[in-house]
Design a protein around this ligand. Structure first.
Ligand code: DC
Length: 228
């Protein structure tokens, strides 16, 4: 379903961790010949730099300065985004647990978010992009052509994350607890909390296969293309 129309759409996919955003965004982008941008990877990159530079996750001014002095690059590839921080490939490192936790903490700060949102707009403004995150449809691209809010039952999301990272035993419980805590922080933060945009289509993937979610997302894209 390559997009043959002249105007390239901006597609926003938001939702909580473990709902399947990254997979769907990357598969959808591939089908359309679009690029897929994982906004969460940018928060993760900043979080990693804060860890490395021993900057407090609570220090908004220092985090903003750190962001301003960093080069965070997202490079779409077949298996999701490769991420570079100041020229170094940090794609695997940013998926680790300490960075995951830190990303959720650094992303609560309004000034950090403002900086990230501005960079994300620059990346997506030309269209032909599937951008995924938490606030893409509400804040980064409130005029996106299509907004999908991908959700799933929390127990299923936890299970998917554990399967993805092949975690079993007691650390599985810790990880599930961390995911719940992170979810709560993302949903209740003062600035740009995770909520569906008013005009988002809610897709609940609890009992759907990945292929089925993709099929529904493609159908939504087709509708938007036809109405353009
Ligand atoms: O999508 P992810 O799990 O890689 O995101 C990591 C953290 O970054 C997540 O806890 C919340 C934050 N985030 C955000 O606040 N806004 C976004 N658009 C994307 C991610």
């Amino acid at each position: 379903m390559t997009d043959q129309s002249s105007r390239k759409l901006i597609i926003a996919i938001d939702g909580p961790a473990g709902a399947g955003k990254s997979t769907i965004a990357s598969r959808l982008a591939r089908k359309l010949g679009y690029i897929n941008l994982e906004s969460g990877a940018m928060y993760r990159a900043l979080a990693l730099k804060a860890i490395e530079w021993d900057i407090s996750f609570e220090d908004e001014a220092a985090l903003l300065k750190l962001a301003q002095n960093s080069r965070i690059q997202l490079e779409p590839s077949m298996g999701g985004n490769r991420v570079r921080l100041d020229g170094h490939d940090i794609s695997s490192r940013i998926r680790e647990r300490d960075v995951t936790e830190a990303a959720s903490r650094v992303s609560v700060h309004p000034k950090v978010r403002e900086w990230m949102v501005a960079r994300q707009r620059e990346l997506g403004i030309g269209g032909g992009v599937v951008m995924e995150g938490r606030d893409i449809g509400t804040k980064v691209f409130p005029d996106a052509d299509l907004k999908i809010f991908l959700d799933a039952d929390p127990v299923i999301r936890e299970q998917r994350r554990l399967d993805q990272q092949q975690i079993k035993g007691p650390s599985a419980q810790d990880m599930a607890a961390e995911l719940r805590e992170r979810d709560l922080r993302d949903r209740t933060r003062v600035i740009s909390p995770l909520v569906p945009a008013n005009d988002a289509v809610i897709l609940d993937s609890t009992s759907l296969s990945e292929d089925e979610v993709l099929r529904r997302a493609e159908a939504l894209v087709r509708q938007r293309m036809e109405s353009n």
